[in-house]
Design a protein around this ligand. Structure first.
Ligand code: ZN
Length: 333
């Protein structure tokens, strides 16, 4: 991840709200500034983070007219057989910029797009890939969401955040169910591994065994609390998969929202989820209401209590409702 390549190029952008910038030197290495987002100070910057991996990193926060939905990461793995992309960003405008950036690095076909889970900021930019014949890999439950209430959720999301006007939901062409799949990309072997239910019921992770690099979507977070408030989330499943993840050889951990991490980042997430499950189960068993639990868990070893991450309270409500004594006993065995 230290070998940042110096690349010089500029991009002509076709998106009216995104203005054009050129290569720029920052923090001692040169990166490709793909675009300035809207009228804001936010920039989409393509960085080389490994011999054949490139990334853009979104900003923290919810989608807004200011960030135009650029609040998540997207990765391009360059192989001798073409590109393999991880996560689609939140809108077709954003993924178009990312694709143009990859093509500038190397004009090879984008063979595959893997979507780590169904949340808007990882899935909603997928239509551009479909348009150029990229195979789209996702968990089978993402396909079920597409065929089910996906468009209702999209309409509600658009209404709330105002930045998803041009999104057309795109289904996977390759589904992952219970078994992992291998993709031979010439010089790079890529494994797609189901890890669901955890953060959602559509989680997959992507592993490069030779490089020892693992893409984990939102299963690992640094600097923010893991979000377990999705209706299809399972804190128990999440803990199980984080334990499994720890058995992998990992030189670089690539997430949905952070800069590249090392393996130690797993522990904060595991610790938080285990602590919360244990405390909530105990308090629920003692007859405390969800609001009493919320008050008691304002301060934890993982949350300071002054500026509580807003995911934390959502997590308490979701976990309080799901956790039962049966589930706890299962977990302890
Ligand atoms: Zn997510």
């Amino acid at each position: 991840m230290r070998n940042y390549l110096i690349i010089f190029f500029t991009l002509v952008l076709g998106v009216s709200t995104l203005s054009h910038c050129s290569a720029q030197e920052e923090n001692g290495f040169t990166e490709i500034v793909l675009a300035q987002i809207g009228n804001s100070k936010i920039k989409m910057v393509l960085r080389k983070i490994h011999k054949h991996i490139y990334m853009v990193r979104g900003v923290n926060g919810l989608p807004s007219p200011e960030n135009q939905g650029f609040m998540s990461n997207s990765y391009g793995i360059l192989t001798s057989k073409g590109w393999f992309v991880v996560d689609a960003l939140a809108t077709p405008e954003l993924s178009k910029l990312f694709i143009k950036g990859l093509k500038q690095v190397k004009n090879l076909p984008i063979k595959y797009l893997a979507i780590t889970h169904y949340h808007m900021d990882h899935w909603y930019g997928a239509q551009n890939y479909k348009a150029m014949g990229t195979q789209i890999i996702a968990h089978k439950n993402l396909k079920a969401t597409y065929e089910g209430n996906g468009n209702l959720v999209l309409a509600a999301t658009h209404k709330r955040f105002k930045v998803f006007k041009n999104v057309k939901l795109t289904p996977p062409t390759i589904v992952i169910d219970k078994k992992s799949k291998r993709f031979n990309m010439g010089n790079v072997e890529i494994q797609v591994i189901p890890v669901t239910p955890a953060h959602t019921n559509t989680d997959i992770m992507i592993y490069l065994p030779k490089e020892e690099i693992l893409f984990v979507g939102d299963l690992v977070n640094k600097g923010r609390i893991p979000f377990v408030g999705d209706r299809n989330a399972s804190s128990r499943g999440w803990i199980k998969y984080l334990e499994k993840m720890k058995a992998y050889k990992i030189r670089m951990l690539l997430t949905g929202h952070n800069n590249p991490l090392d393996k130690s980042a797993i522990d904060f997430n595991l610790g938080y989820l285990k602590y919360m499950r244990k405390e909530i189960a105990r308090m629920k068993d003692d007859g405390l209401t969800v609001d009493q639990v919320k008050a008691k868990l304002r301060k934890t070893p993982y949350t300071k209590g002054d500026k509580v991450d807003f995911f934390h309270n959502l997590n308490i409500y979701a976990m309080y409702n799901k956790i039962g004594i049966t589930e706890m006993l299962e977990e302890e065995n």
